[in-house]
Design a protein around this ligand. Structure first.
Ligand code: GLN
Ligand code: ZN
Length: 779
C-alpha cells in the first residue's frame, strides 16, 4: 500500500504539496432540539415574530459554524442553511418565482417564501418531490418562456459574511444552474415542447452576477452543486453542462469554482468537467460512486485542479474505515494538484449528533457517526493525509478496534438467521397455486361483490390516541390502559366500516405511530433513536431506524390487533404489514453486506408474520411497498439488479400465503412507467395505487402492460382535506372500467387515512361506497 506519508510531496514538479483540508457541503439545519422546526411552525401560527425567527436561525447558523470549526473542519460551507428548502432558496435567489406568488413575495419576502412552499389562500404551492434517491424532498421550481431571471445574492452574501466575521474559512454552496433547470418543471401554460434547460443562456449571466457578488464579499471559492449530472443524461444535456462551465469559468472577477456531484458516479460528465476551466471538482467515492476513482484515472486525473474527495458516506450513519479511506486518498493524491477531504454529500441526510442517544448501548454508539462525528472523521483524515498516518495513530487504532467489534458482534451476526437466509430457494417466493386458481379459491372464501371496497390501512389518528401515546411515554399511563385505548380505537374503526358498508375492513393501525418504526421496534437487528431526526421536507423531520444486525422476529407483531379486529366483525379484516423494501428504504441500513441480503432477512421475518396472521384466520394480507420505486438506482443500468432483489424480497415475504389467502400490496406514487414490470413480478393478487390526481392514468398503464391481476387505482386523493362527492368518485370508477374489467377492479382511496380527520373520512368513505354501488348496478 502506498502510504500517504510517502506522497506528501508528490506532483510532477515535486513541489511541496498544500496540506489537505477538510470540508463538508452542508450540515443539518434543525438544531439539536429541532429549534428551527419549532421557530418556523411558531411563525406560521403567529406565535413567533419574523424577528424572533431570524434570531433563532442566526443562532443556529452560528452554532453550526462553531461546531464544525471545533470538530476541526478547515473550510465550512455557507448558504446551505435554509428555513425550508435549498432548492426553493435557489429559485428565489435567481428570481424564478411563479407569477401566482410574485405579489406575495414582493409584499413580504418571508411570507411569500412560505407561500411558495406551502400555498396560500390565493395560490397553490410549488410541487414537492424527492431529492434524487434520498428521503429529502425539495420544491420543484417552475420556469417558462416568460421567466425573467434576476440575481438576488443577499442571503448568500449575508451568510458568507457571518462566517467570515466569525473568523472561519468559508465556501458558499449554491445549487448549480444545470441541475436547477433539470429539476425545474415547465410553468403552467408553457408550450408542450418547452424544456426548462432551454433557459440556460438566460440563467448563466445571473449566476455570473451571484458569483461576482460573492467574490466581492470575500469568497475565495464557491461550490456549485450539480448532482443531476450523475443521472443518465442526453448528449444535449451534457453539452449544456459543458457550455455552462465554459461560460462561468471564463476568466474575470470571479471566485474559484468547485463543481460538486454526489450520489453516484459522474460518468460521461467527468471528462467534460475535467476539461472545463473550473478550478475544482468534488466527487463522491463511496458506494456505487467509488467507480469515480477508476474513471478519474482513465481521464488522466485533474492536473492543475483541486479535487475534493467525498470519502466519508454522507448519507449513512456508520463510522468510516479510516485506514481504507486513507489508502484511497493516497491514490487520489497522484490524480490532482491538490486533494481535500469531504463527506460524499451534504450531511443534511444524517442526524446531528450520536452523543444525544442516551438509550443506545455505549458499545453500539462507537459504531455510529452522525453529522458531528463525521466532521471529526474528516478532520482526522485530512490530518492523516497531510501529516502521515503516524500523526493519527491512536485514532486509527481506536477506529480499527471499533470496526472489528462491529464485525464480530453477535448483534450483527446471528448464525441461525444466516443459515436460514442461505437456505432460501427462489421457490420460496412462489405461491402454492397459479393466480387463476388462487383467484377462484379467494373468491369462494371471501364472497365479495364485484368492485369490492376497501381502504389502505390507517384511519385518522385521534387526539385520544396521541394523548395516550404521550402519556405512555411519560409513564402516566400503564401498558394495559394504553392497550385498552387501542382496542377502543379499533372498535370504532370497525363499527364505522360496517356501518359505511365497506367490504374488506382494516383495523386502522392505531398501534403504529410510524409504519416502519413500529416494526423496527419489534424486530431484532434494528435500533431506534430518540434524537436521530433527519429533515424529510420543510419542518417535517423523521427518525429513521438503524438496521444494524441480522434480522429476526422474536414474536408476532400484528396478530394480536388484527385478530382482535376480526373478532368484532363477520366481514374479512385485512392484515397490514410494511414490506421489506420499504423497511430498508426508510431506515439507515448496514453497509457491511449487500442490501439484497439484508432485504432477504427482513423478508423472512415478515414471512413468519404472514404465516402467523394466516394461521390466526386472516384471509386478506396486505404488504405495503410504498417505497419500492424510491430505491430505484439513479442510473438505468443499475436498475435491473435492484429490482431483482427487491421483488425477490417481496415474493419471499408473501410466498407463505396459501392459495385462498388474498395478498394485497400498496404503492403510493403516480409514476409507474419504470416499475410496471417489477409490479407484475411481485405477484400480489391485488394492488392498490395512487391514481386520483392523475385521472386514473395508472389504470390505462396497467391495462396497456397486460397486467393480469386485480388492481385498485385510488379514487380519493387523501393528500387533500377535500371530500370527493359520490358522482366524482363514480366517474373515476367508470374511467377505470374503460381499462380494467369489473372482475379485477377494486375501489379504494389513494393511501392510508392517518393524516385525515374523522369528519372528512366518514363523508368520503360513505361516498366511496355509494359510488361503488352505483357503478356496480350498471354492470
Ligand atoms: N398501510 C399504510 C397506511 O395506510 C400505508 C401507508 C403508505 O402507503 N405510505 O397508512
Ligand atoms: Zn400510500
Amino acid at each position: 500500500m502506498t502510504t500517504p506519508q510517502t506522497r506528501t510531496t508528490a506532483g510532477a514538479a515535486g513541489a511541496e504539496r498544500a496540506a489537505a483540508r477538510s470540508t463538508v457541503y452542508g450540515y443539518p439545519r434543525q438544531g439539536h432540539d429541532r429549534e428551527l422546526k419549532r421557530a418556523v411552525e411558531g411563525y406560521w401560527r403567529g406565535r413567533v415574530t419574523a424577528g424572533e425567527l431570524e434570531a433563532t436561525a442566526a443562532r443556529l447558523r452560528a452554532a453550526r459554524l462553531r461546531e464544525l470549526a471545533e470538530a476541526g473542519i478547515d473550510e465550512v460551507p455557507t448558504g446551505d442553511f435554509s428555513l425550508y428548502d435549498h432548492v426553493l432558496d435557489t429559485a428565489v435567489m435567481v428570481g424564478a418565482v411563479p407569477e401566482r406568488h410574485r405579489a406575495a413575495l414582493a409584499a413580504s419576502p418571508l411570507d411569500g417564501y412560505f407561500a411558495m412552499a406551502r400555498g396560500s389562500r390565493q395560490a397553490p404551492p410549488l410541487e414537492m418531490t424527492k431529492w434524487f434517491d434520498t428521503n429529502y424532498h425539495y420544491l420543484v421550481p417552475e420556469v417558462g418562456p416568460e421567466t425573467r431571471f434576476a440575481a438576488d445574492s443577499r442571503t448568500q452574501v449575508a451568510e458568507l459574511r457571518e462566517a467570515l466575521d466569525a473568523g472561519v474559512a468559508a465556501r458558499p454552496v449554491l445549487l448549480g444552474p444545470v441541475t436547477f433547470l433539470l429539476l425545474a418543471k415547465p410553468a403552467p401554460g408553457a408550450p408542450a415542447d418547452f424544456a426548462p434547460l432551454g433557459l440556460l443562456d438566460r440563467l448563466l449571466p445571473v449566476y455570473a452576477r451571484l458569483l461576482a457578488d460573492l467574490r466581492a464579499a470575500g469568497a475565495e471559492w464557491v461550490q456549485l452543486d450539480e448532482p443531476a449530472l450523475v443521472q443518465d443524461r442526453t448528449p444535449a444535456e451534457l453539452a449544456a453542462a459543458g457550455h455552462a462551465y465554459a461560460e462561468l469559468g471564463r476568466p474575470g472577477n470571479r471566485p474559484r469554482l468547485l463543481v460538486a456531484t454526489y450520489f453516484d458516479r459522474l460518468g460521461p460528465a467527468l471528462p467534460l468537467l475535467a476539461r472545463s476551466p473550473v478550478e475544482g471538482l468534488a466527487l463522491d467515492f463511496t458506494g456505487r460512486a467509488a467507480a469515480n476513482l477508476g474513471d478519474l484515472a482513465a481521464v488522466g486525473g485533474l492536473p492543475g485542479k483541486r479535487l475534493v474527495a467525498g470519502i466519508v458516506d454522507g448519507r449513512n450513519v456508520w463510522i468510516n474505515d479510516l485506514a481504507a479511506s486513507l489508502s484511497t486518498l493516497g491514490t487520489l493524491l497522484g490524480l490532482a494538484e491538490r486533494v481535500d477531504v469531504a463527506a460524499s454529500c451534504s450531511l443534511l441526510h444524517v442526524p446531528l449528533d450520536v452523543r444525544a442517544e442516551r438509550d443506545i448501548d455505549r458499545q453500539l454508539v462507537r459504531w455510529l457517526a452522525f453529522a458531528r462525528q463525521k466532521a471529526g472523521e474528516l478532520a482526522l483524515l485530512a490530518r492523516g493525509l497531510s501529516a502521515g498516518t503516524g500523526a493519527i495513530a491512536a485514532a486509527l487504532a481506536a477506529n480499527r478496534a471499533d470496526l472489528a467489534s462491529r464485525a464480530a458482534s453477535p448483534l450483527t451476526r446471528d448464525p441461525a438467521v444466516r443459515a436460514r437466509a442461505a437456505a432460501v430457494t427462489p421457490a420460496a417466493g412462489d405461491r402454492e397455486a397459479p393466480y387463476a386458481e388462487r383467484a377462484a379459491a379467494q373468491g369462494a372464501a371471501l364472497g365479495l361483490p364485484p368492485l369490492p371496497t376497501t381502504t389502505v390501512g390507517s384511519f385518522p389518528q385521534t387526539g385520544r390516541l396521541r394523548a395516550a401515546r404521550a402519556a405512555l411515554r411519560a409513564g402516566t399511563l400503564d401498558h394495559a390502559a394504553y392497550e385498552a385505548v387501542i382496542e377502543e380505537e379499533i372498535r370504532e374503526v370497525i363499527a364505522f366500516q360496517e356501518r359505511a358498508g365497506l367490504d374488506v375492513l382494516v383495523h386502522g393501525e392505531p398501534e403504529r405511530d410510524d409504519m416502519v418504526r413500529y416494526f423496527a421496534e419489534r424486530l431484532t437487528g434494528f435500533l431506534t433513536t430518540t434524537h436521530g431526526w433527519v429533515q424529510s421536507y420543510g419542518t417535517r423531520c423523521v427518525r429513521p431506524p438503524i438496521l444494524l444486525g441480522d434480522v429476526s422476529r422474536p414474536a408476532p407483531m400484528t396478530v394480536r390487533w388484527t385478530s382482535f379486529a376480526q373478532s368484532l366483525t363477520a366481514r374479512p379484516v385485512k392484515g397490514v404489514l410494511t414490506g421489506p423494501v420499504t423497511m430498508l428504504a426508510w431506515s439507515f441500513v448496514r453497509d457491511d453486506q449487500p442490501r439484497g441480503d439484508t432485504a432477504r432477512q427482513v423478508a423472512l421475518a415478515l414471512r413468519d408474520e404472514v404465516a402467523d396472521l394466516q394461521a390466526a384466520g386472516t384471509a386478506v394480507i396486505q404488504v405495503d411497498e410504498p417505497a419500492l420505486r424510491e430505491l430505484l438506482p439513479l442510473r438505468a443500468a443499475d436498475r435491473a439488479g435492484y429490482l431483482s432483489w427487491a421483488t425477490a424480497a417481496f415474493r419471499l415475504t408473501t410466498g407463505a400465503a396459501r392459495a385462498a389467502t388474498q395478498v394485497h400490496t400498496h404503492m403510493c406514487y403516480a409514476e409507474f412507467g419504470d416499475v410496471l414490470e417489477a409490479i407484475d413480478e411481485l405477484g400480489a393478487d391485488v394492488i392498490s395505487l395512487e391514481a386520483a390526481r392523475s385521472g386514473m392514468r395508472v389504470a390505462g398503464e396497467l391495462a396497456a402492460a397486460g397486467y393480469p391481476r386485480q388492481a385498485g387505482p385510488g379514487v380519493w386523493d387523501i393528500h387533500s382535506p377535500r371530500v370527493p362527492g359520490r358522482e366524482e368518485l363514480a366517474a373515476l370508477l367508470r374511467l377505470a372500467l374503460a381499462d380494467l374489467p369489473a372482475a379485477r377492479l377494486w375501489v379504494n382511496p389513494d393511501c392510508g387515512l392517518k393524516t385525515r380527520g374523522w369528519e372528512e373520512t366518514r363523508a368520503a368513505l360513505e361516498n366511496l361506497v355509494a359510488a361503488a354501488r352505483e357503478v356496480r348496478a350498471e354492470l
